[in-house]
Design a protein around this ligand. Sequence first.
Ligand SMILES: [Zn+2]
Length: 163
Amino acid sequence: MSHDADIARIAARFGLALPVPVGRPFPAHVPLSVQPDDPKFPHFANPVMRYAVDYDAAPGTPVCAIRAGTVIYVKADSDRYGYEQTFADDANLVCLDHGGGLYSEYIHLAKGRVFGGLGARFGAGEIIGETGLSGCMSDAHLHLNVFVIADGAPYSVPFTLQG
Ligand SMILES: [Zn+2]
């Protein structure tokens, strides 16, 4: 993809916090670009979620903003999930605009457990919701994706979490 160099440069400018409260273990084995236990819907096959991370988190795990940002999309009314693409639109999620062209999204949140509506501001590390069962998934996890908009389309970017 010709955008790769630009996208990596944009992503490298930002220091990003952990998506869960500090002190929670972040399993070192969590892959950064693929889901080896998920051969059906691998991240890398889709530029939109190419570098997304699946965080092994039980339902009810608090989810934190990885950087200060404003909610530009939120869905929290679903309790439907299953391991088929047809459930993709049933995922509860929050999308944050961090400014500077950087965005993050937190997918598979619990029904009614999102703590800010459209336009809400969250600081880095603030809890934006809790994980749950919603959308296209086999087991509970947080799907964290960081992306930029290039030519009108979202492109997942590699990122490093600190904490
Ligand atoms: Zn995922």
